[in-house]
Design a protein. Structure first.
Length: 321
């Protein structure tokens, strides 16, 4: 029997992952600090059978290493990423969730799901969602633990019949662009992802949805919420400082390859390398902004033109780096 969650929950997508390293204790804690009701995480399993938290099967996007997570032992991962990023285990994340008594959405990315099951069983089942794009895994696990956790299908399509899915699991996790009026009668069992627009989240809340998974875990609390695409830019900023020549921002691409067409302001802007440039994952970009700009325009092949008041951008960066 499905039991409705509290009125509306907001879960941090991989924690507060646009401003903190994703799937880490820091990201999860920052999501809670921002007002989230919990966090979503991604589970893989190392060669020596430790459940660890990584979204990608490979370290290339985040760390520029062509290394497969599940080909490594836990200690090998720790040694490779020492000084770069904490290797968080599922055990550590669930301990935090239980300590704070918050929701956690455990997304299974591995075929070694029985390892994850054994870890999850060590903690209270309260406020636990077990989800995956691999619906066969969810079906098998649910047969073993039906009624203990909330089980969820994740997907990016229009199901032929939503009611068929709801016979199999307690919660549906569609990508937000596929949510339409067919979900309204069952809204209390629907948790869309990744909802990064405040007005969209508020509409879902008013329509009785279970909640949202968001890259901005404080989107309902933050009155100065910066938009989704600018958030992608901010996630790349690793340092900002004032120099004799102006404001210098140092960026690294940790999301996806993108063509940067131009970066402009009402003062002189210099970039290294010069633009346009194809900006691959792991590559760096420096932006030197001379003078006192009032705005910054960033044009990429993915986001189109992002226009933001520079004072707002500067304040956000100074408070979060």
């Amino acid at each position: 029997m499905f039991k409705k969650a509290e009125p509306f929950i907001v879960l941090g997508h991989r924690g507060s992952s646009l401003l903190w390293p994703e799937n880490t204790l820091d990201a999860f804690q920052k999501a809670l600090d921002a007002g989230a009701n919990g966090f979503e995480l991604d589970v893989m399993v190392t060669k020596d059978n430790v459940a660890v938290l990584f979204h990608d099967p490979n370290l290339k996007r985040l760390h520029g290493m062509d290394v497969w997570v599940e080909d490594c032992t836990y200690e090998e991962l720790r040694n490779m990423l020492k000084g770069k990023q904490q290797v968080c285990t599922l055990q550590e994340a669930l301990a935090l969730a239980d300590e704070k008594r918050v929701w956690v959405d455990i997304e299974i990315k591995t075929t070694k799901w029985l390892t994850a099951k054994r870890v999850v069983a060590q903690f209270t089942p309260d406020r636990k969602i077990i989800s995956s794009f691999r619906h066969d895994i969810i079906s098998e696990w649910r047969q073993l633990d039906k009624g203990k956790y909330l089980f969820a299908y994740i997907y990016q399509h229009y199901p032929r019949d939503i009611s068929n899915y709801l016979e199999d699991v307690e919660v549906l996790k569609p990508e937000q662009s596929f949510v339409d009026e067919r979900y309204l009668p069952v809204a209390e069992r629907v948790l869309p992802w990744a909802v990064n627009d405040k007005s969209a989240a508020m509409n879902l809340r008013e329509s009785g949805f279970m909640g949202v998974i968001s890259d901005f875990p404080g989107l309902l609390e933050d009155e100065t919420q910066i938009g989704q695409y600018l958030g992608y830019v901010l996630s790349a900023v690793k340092n900002i400082q004032k120099t004799d020549n102006g404001v210098l921002m140092e960026l690294m691409n940790t999301l996806a390859p993108v063509q940067i067409n131009s970066i402009k302001a009402d003062v002189n802007v210099e970039t290294t390398p010069s633009l346009p440039v194809f900006w691959n994952v792991g590559e760096k970009l420096s932006i030197l902004i001379k003078g006192n700009p009032t705005y910054l325009d960033i044009n990429t092949s993915y986001t189109g033109l992002i226009h933001v008041p520079f004072s707002e951008l500067s304040e956000w960066l100074q408070n979060n780096i």
